[in-house]
Design a protein around this ligand. Structure first.
Ligand SMILES: [Zn+2]
Length: 594
């Protein structure tokens, strides 16, 4: 697969640099000179280009923009962030408008050094099903690149090699605020003989250091048999002086009467894990430190057989969590975990569940809807938290995994052997797995419903049931979103397999009933920091729904992040916001367990 990607990359690069002279300057030495940086950590962030006197003319501004874009390319060159694209092909529903017809999922690591390359997490089989087969069988050759994930990742820069005045014209449009950040807006067009695949569109430039914060447009003059889609690409000020590519929204399709274009899709690309430790060929040597067994328990004697069994499971659990975090697929521990733990505690306390070790919760950084548990830790994906309509439906999701833990369905003890942790990041899905047998799934559902009925969520299970109904309604079209990569899928072959019984007692699903929200669009709840992978709850106020088309359950939408400058993100603009309440309620609920 790497070879295939390489060939396609070569084609794209060829297309893009065909008429350009090879005048790209050698990147500045990315090796940090600072001694404070530990050898195994990510490269240090070099200082941005020094502040200069304010530019006098718009032409001066353009020079600064070009200079800062080159600095960004140098900053990111030694890094290999995770890149995820989730795409929904659309069909026109007379009532609901464009709705998903089927979907595709890509997950990989990007190498931003010389050009832009990527390697994938997904197995060849999944990739074949997700990409090549449809691509070569179902679509015409013209759209070959449309489903190449590299095509989506490409859109993080205006022009990787030739963003300069020789290749582009810049026209100042106006000033405009994006969030808290005042921007200068420019239209950018390739010069007449600049060659194929040049950026054509608009850029937003913040007005202090003149970094690009947003680009919107496409690439012009594709070569024969290639196709560039439209994109809206956003950057966040995550490190001082730099705006880091974070979100890209792509959309194609024309649903006007009589439109000829049969291809219609919308896709979200997210990039994160910029500050993950660099993978090097010597990586396996540095991983051996995992082997040391912690011996900090003040036990006076050997563990009893049962205690030894539990320690063994905890060792496996710690190994897995550490490995997942290192591969960029698990967010570091944070406040969102406390929210999930509050819900778990609520179920445990009301069911008088006492476990030898507290149940922990963690968040996967990925979009597919999945959960699994390893040892006493419940893991829930970012995408699943996004689409859940309320706390009771979150309780339903957590109760299923809690039931596995309570019933002693322990999986993953094989991962207490540390040799099993020695694999490349991209090999994560092939090397880790936490799928239960069907009998354990049924038993966990039964126990979960029992626990929910005794919990504070007992009277609120209608929305949880409605969520399952919405999942049932959309499952046949969303097989990629519903394919779990580590645990059991919530639906298989278009049929919901998880907690399906709850749907029986739920009210009828009615898309036209505007106060009935069965499932949310993706991206509405969890915010992932692309630099350090931390996750937090979004605090945005919900927007009133005015038609059935506003509901967009499980769907992707454009991005519109509220841009802020580095260091001002947590400004006390809204001191009465939710986290304080969440934290205190977590503590209040945690107290009685002791
Ligand atoms: Zn399960």
């Amino acid at each position: 697969m790497r070879t295939l990607n390489w060939i396609i990359l070569a084609l794209l690069v060829l297309t893009i640099t065909a008429a350009a002279q090879q005048s790209a300057p050698t990147p500045q030495n990315p090796q940090p000179a600072t001694a404070s940086q530990p050898a195994t950590a990510s490269p240090a962030v070099p200082p941005p280009p020094p502040a200069q006197a304010p530019p006098v003319t718009m032409s001066d501004v353009v020079d600064r923009v070009i200079e800062h874009e080159k600095a960004l390319i140098n900053l990111l060159a030694p890094r290999t962030p995770v890149v995820e694209t989730y795409l929904q092909n659309l069909t026109q529903d007379p009532q609901l408008g464009p709705v998903p017809q089927d979907d595709k999922y890509f997950l990989g690591r990007m190498d931003l050094s010389e050009s832009i390359d990527r390697s994938d997490y997904l197995k060849d089989k999944e990739k074949d099903e997700g990409m090549e087969k449809h691509l070569l069988g179902g679509f015409t050759k013209m759209f070959k690149f449309q489903y190449q994930p590299l095509g989506f990742s490409w859109m993080i820069y205006v022009d990787r090699n030739d963003f300069d005045r020789q290749h582009y014209d810049f026209r100042y449009v106006r000033r405009e605020f994006l969030g808290d950040v005042r921007c200068l807006v420019f239209d950018v067009t390739p010069k007449k003989d600049a060659g194929r695949g040049r950026f054509l569109g608009r850029i937003w430039v913040e007005d202090q250091e003149f970094n690009i914060v947003r680009l919107n447009g496409t690439y012009a003059h594709p070569a024969r048999n290639t196709y560039y889609f439209h994109m809206d690409s956003w950057r966040l000020n995550l490190v001082p002086g730099y705006w880091i590519p974070s979100y890209i929204y792509s959309e194609e399709g024309d649903f006007t009467a009589g439109a000829k274009n049969k291809i219609a899709f919308k896709a979200q690309t997210r990039i994160w894990g910029y500050n993950l430790k660099m993978g090097t060929p010597n990586d396996e040597l540095t991983q051996i430190r995992v082997d040391s067994v912690k011996d900090d328990t003040p036990a006076a004697q050997d563990a009893t057989p049962l205690a030894a069994q539990r320690e063994w499971q905890q060792q496996a659990e710690d190994n897995v969590l550490e490995r997942l975090e290192r591969s960029g697929l698990l967010a570091p521990e944070g406040d969102l975990d406390k929210v999930l733990q509050t819900v778990v505690n609520n179920i445990e306390i009301t069911n008088n569940i006492e476990l030898p070790r507290p149940v922990r919760t963690r968040v996967l950084t990925t979009s597919p809807l999945e959960t699994f548990s390893v040892g006493n830790t419940i893991v829930v994906s970012r995408g699943l938290i996004d689409v859940l309509p309320d706390e009771a439906s979150l309780a339903m999701v957590l109760a299923h995994e809690l039931a596995h833990i309570v019933l002693g369905h322990n999986l993953g003890s094989q991962y207490a052997f540390n040799d099993r942790m020695l694999f490349s990041d991209e090999g994560t899905y092939q090397n880790l797995g936490f799928k239960h047998i069907p009998e354990e799934e049924t038993a966990a559902d039964k126990k979960a419903i029992e626990m929910l009925k005794a919990s504070p969520y007992a009277q609120k299970l209608d929305t949880a049931g409605l969520f399952i109904k919405a999942l049932k309604a959309r499952a046949p079209q969303l097989s990629a979103l519903l394919l779990a990569h580590l645990g059991n899928s919530m639906a298989e072959n278009g049929t919901v397999t998880r907690m399906a019984q709850l749907a029986n007692s739920a009210p009828a699903l009615d898309w036209n009933k505007l106060d009935q929200i069965a499932a949310l669009p993706l991206g509405g709840r969890v915010k992932l920091n692309p630099w350090d992978n931390k996750v937090e709850m979004v605090k945005a106020q919900p927007v009133a729904i005015t038609s059935a088309r506003d509901k967009m359950p499980f769907e992707v939408t454009p991005f519109f992040p509220r841009l802020t400058r580095y260091g001002t993100t947590n400004a006390p603009a809204n001191p009465t916001a939710a986290p304080a309440t969440t934290a205190s309620s977590a503590n209040a609920n945690a107290a009685p367990t002791n």
